[in-house]
Design a protein around this ligand. Structure first.
Ligand SMILES: [Zn+2]
Length: 208
C-alpha cells in the first residue's frame, strides 16, 4: 500500500492565507499581506460542514412536503409540491421540463447532501483519498450550478404566468428550498479537502 507522506508545507509550519493564499509561517499569526488570521486548515472545517449539511437535510423535508407554489385562478386555488409539480408536467407531456425540475430540485440537492456527508466521514478516516478528492471536485462543480435550481423555479413561475390568467405565489417550500441551496453551498465551502489527505496519511501510517 502506498503512503501519502509528503514533505508538506504544514509539516514545515507554513500556512496558506485563507484570504489571499499567500504562504507564510503560521507563527506570524496574521497574514503579512492582507492581515487575515492564519490557520493551518479551515478552523472546525468538518464540524461546520457537518452541521450545515444536517441543517440542509432537515430543510430538505419541508422543501419537499410543503407546496412550492400556489396558483390562484378563477376556478380556485391549486397548490403544488416540487414532486407533484414534476408529475403535473409529466402528465402534460412536458418531459424535458419535468426532468430538469426533478434533476435540479430533487436529485442534485440529495446527492450533494450525501456527498458532503461522506466527505465529512472521510476527513476522519480515509482509505481512498483519490476517489474522495474526486467526490469533492464534483461537489464543488455542482455547487457552482446550485443557483440554477432557484432559477428553474423563477422561470417556471414566469412560464405558468404567461400560460394562463393566474397569479402564482411561492409557497413555504420555496423558502425551505432556498435554505437547502444556501446551506449546502456553505457546507461545501466550509469543507477543507486537504483533511482527506491528512486522514489518508494517518491511516497509512497506522500499522495494519
Ligand atoms: Zn492574506
Amino acid at each position: 500500500m502506498s503512503s501519502y507522506h509528503r514533505d508538506t508545507a504544514a509539516a514545515r509550519g507554513l500556512a496558506s492565507c485563507h484570504g489571499c493564499s499567500k504562504v507564510q509561517p503560521l507563527e506570524q499569526g496574521q497574514c503579512a499581506r492582507c492581515g487575515a488570521t492564519l490557520h493551518l486548515r479551515k478552523p472546525h472545517s468538518v464540524q461546520r460542514a457537518f452541521a450545515l449539511t444536517v441543517a440542509a437535510a432537515i430543510l430538505y423535508i419541508p422543501a419537499n412536503v410543503y407546496p412550492v407554489m400556489r396558483s390562484e385562478r378563477l376556478g380556485g386555488t391549486e397548490s403544488n409540491t416540487i414532486l407533484s409539480g414534476v408529475a403535473l408536467f409529466w402528465e402534460h407531456h412536458d418531459y424535458p421540463i419535468a426532468i430538469i425540475i426533478f434533476v435540479a430540485s430533487v436529485l442534485i440537492p440529495l446527492l450533494k447532501l450525501l456527498a458532503i456527508g461522506v466527505l465529512c466521514v472521510a476527513a476522519r478516516r480515509c482509505r481512498h483519498p483519490h476517489a474522495m478528492t474526486r467526490v469533492y471536485r464534483i461537489t464543488e462543480l455542482v455547487g457552482r450550478w446550485s443557483m440554477v435550481d432557484v432559477f428553474v423555479v423563477a422561470i417556471l413561475v414566469a412560464v405558468v404566468q404567461l400560460g394562463s390568467l393566474a397569479s402564482i405565489v411561492p409557497g413555504p417550500a420555496a423558502v425551505a428550498f432556498t435554505g437547502v441551496v444556501i446551506m449546502t453551498m456553505l457546507a461545501a465551502m466550509a469543507f477543507d479537502p486537504r483533511l482527506l489527505w491528512e486522514a489518508a496519511d494517518r491511516d497509512s501510517a497506522k500499522p495494519s
